[in-house]
Design a binder for this molecule. Structure first.
Ligand code: ADP
Ligand code: MG
Length: 233
């Protein structure tokens, strides 16, 4: 469902071009659940930014299903992301002035032409699934970090994305809560319909996934830089 070919990305920093990613070929099948590990600075977040179309590669193609991101305008990529991709971040990014339910509702309202009654019923169902029905009218500041991440997970999944991307989703949680969140993500994305890519440097979390890849297995920059005798990034 995800195909990457000849992907290259470099950043321009202080007058220098710094190569970050070089991925000749990488395929992810429909319904796969993959953890991508690697040290800080190894290009994990950049890879997710490229796959989600937030950022453009310098070279290469990314296909999600039949859809080639490089052939789309920025507006089309934004629409495609809204309809097909769920994104979960380390720091939740909930709107502080809205309740948990309202944070989910604005994400849902963008995507569905359903009546409000039906939307609220669906939202209640999801809060129940993550064990937070009683907390749905609380503001983010009244919730624990683990609970805030549950709300962010609902927000990412409620519209039924085919591809779910999570960037260090347990990075700011204690280990017990991190375990719960990893478990919940795998459970909620359990169907074959959901493809789940999680980047993390938390090996404990990665071990729970059916497939775990180190970013250096996918990204050849590391090998190339080492071969040239340079510093590995
Ligand atoms: P990771 O998520 O694995 O920690 P990132 O993808 O965030 O790594 O970053 C990879 C490298 O690219 C880092 O060295 C980082 O400093 C650099 N980088 C990331 N984004 C930018 C940017 N917008 N401009 C310049 N350099 C960047
Ligand atoms: Mg990162």
């Amino acid at each position: 469902m995800l195909q990457i070919r000849g992907l290259r990305k470099q950043f321009h920093v202080a007058g220098k071009e710094i190569p970050i990613l070089d991925i000749p070929e990488w395929h992810v099948g429909q319904g796969e659940k993959i953890a991508i590990t690697g040290p800080s600075g190894s290009g994990k977040s950049t890879l997710l930014h490229l796959i989600s179309g937030i950022m453009r590669p310098d070279e290469g193609d990314i296909l999600i299903g039949e859809n080639k991101l490089s052939g789309m305008s920025e507006a089309l990529r934004d629409r495609f992301r809204g309809e097909h991709i769920g994104y979960i971040l380390q720091d939740f990014h909930l709107i502080p002035s809205l309740t948990a339910r309202e944070n989910v509702e604005i994400a849902l309202a963008r995507n569905r032409n359903t009546g409000r009654g039906e939307r609220l019923e669906l939202i209640n169902h999801w809060f129940e699934r993550v064990g937070m029905l009683e907390r749905r009218d609380h503001k983010p500041s009244q919730l624990s970090r683990g609970q805030q991440q549950r709300v962010a997970i609902i927000r990412a999944l409620i519209s039924g994305p085919t591809l779910v991307l999570a960037d260090e989703p347990t990075g700011s949680l204690d280990w017990e809560t991190a375990d719960e969140i990893a478990e919940l993500l795998l459970e909620l994305c359990g169907s074959d319909r959901h493809t789940l890519l999680v980047v993390t440097h938390d090996l404990r979390m990665a071990e729970r996934f059916p497939t775990c890849r180190h970013i250096h297995e996918i990204n050849e920059i590391h090998r190339r830089v080492r071969k040239q005798g340079g510093l590995a990034i």
